[in-house]
Design a protein around this ligand. Structure first.
Ligand code: 0X9
Ligand code: ZN
Length: 303
């Protein structure tokens, strides 16, 4: 089992899920779904209860979309560990649902922030665009592409890219999500920071058609975390509570039929918010898991 004492590299994460597949072949399926611009393997892990029932509904979790948001893949990894290695305590979450976790979307960006000669505050992917590098993957999806809160300038942190899905990483996530079309009840994307649970629409200050359901699930997460640690997440419509930003994956998954779609902005930590000290990782992932379980249980019971 990978401990929570430090932030893991992309290859450590991939090796770990490969190892789970070897150890738990009847409950775990790891797929290579694509490669990043710099040719790193992008993988998903599908976790089931091993009963062999096909076409269950899906809870989909992704992490590591923004390079500098290190606590995100840490939580993604913890979700995997809990569902696989702590299966007996989490069986109920896998009774009628399969979980698909993509623990590292922006592998190149993540590794770039880890090399200490590089830039810890890097956010984007790493494909070159003239004198600059990378696209903001969370502006690169085709739903309302470029509508608001995005930049057309190659050097900006929120550069949307020359066209939707210009980056291999977002095209892979699109294809993975499409391959589960009609089955995803809950799409959860892990970001940081600020402790927000936000839901569509995010491209503009407009509520989605099932706003009550989105609020219901988010509230379950809010309450559970409040009870666990006293932390008060902020909950609401993404564009109203944070800012409008179009071309994000939450709006994309929602527009493609995910009934519940939530961006979880994990709590701030460290000097600049993106780097809780390694000794605090455990606290962060445990708290986040409590919230995720509460949201998943709500979805399992009702949606
Ligand atoms: O701006 C983002 O992409 C997300 N915040 S972050 O600080 N992690 O970069 C928020 C995205 C919320 N969703 C939409 N606006 N659709
Ligand atoms: Zn982010």
């Amino acid at each position: 089992r990978l401990g929570t004492d430090c932030y893991r590299s992309h290859s450590e994460i991939n090796n770990y899920i490969d190892e789970l597949q070897r150890q738990y072949p009847n409950r775990v399926n790891v797929k290579k779904v694509g490669v990043s611009y710099e040719k790193r393997d992008l993988k998903t892990i599908t976790i089931t209860n091993g009963d062999g029932r096909a076409n269950k509904k899906i809870i989909f979790v992704d992490a590591g979309m923004h390079a500098r948001e290190w606590i995100s893949p840490s939580v993604g990894l913890y979700v995997i560990q809990q569902l696989v290695e702590n299966f007996s305590e989490n069986k109920n979450l896998l009774q009628n649902f399969d979980w698909v976790v993509m623990p590292m979307i922006n592998a190149d960006g993540y590794e770039y922030t880890r090399a200490d000669t590089k830039n810890r505050m890097w956010r984007k992917t790493r494909k070159p665009y003239n004198k600059c590098f990378g696209v903001d993957p969370n502006r690169n999806f085709d739903f309302k592409f470029g509508y608001a809160g995005t930049s057309a300038k190659e050097c900006d942190d929120t550069f949307k890219g020359p066209n939707p899905f210009s980056e291999p990483e977002t095209a892979v996530l699109r294809d993975v999500l499409k391959s589960y079309k009609g089955r995803i009840s809950f799409y959860l994307t892990l970001h940081s920071h600020g402790a927000y649970l936000i839901y569509p629409w995010g491209y503009d200050k407009i509520d989605g058609p099932n706003k009550n359901e989105l609020e219901d699930v988010s509230q379950a997460g809010y309450q559970a975390i409040l009870k666990h640690s006293g932390r008060k997440y902020k909950v609401g419509n993404a564009a109203k509570l944070m800012y409008p930003a179009a071309g994000a994956s939450d709006d994309y998954a929602y527009s493609e039929g995910a009934r519940i779609s939530i961006t979880m902005e994990l709590p701030s930590g460290g000097l600049r918010g993106f780097d809780p000290p390694p000794k605090d990782i455990k606290k962060y992932v445990e708290e986040s898991w409590v919230g995720i379980v509460a949201m998943a249980n709500k979805v399992v019971e009702k949606y």
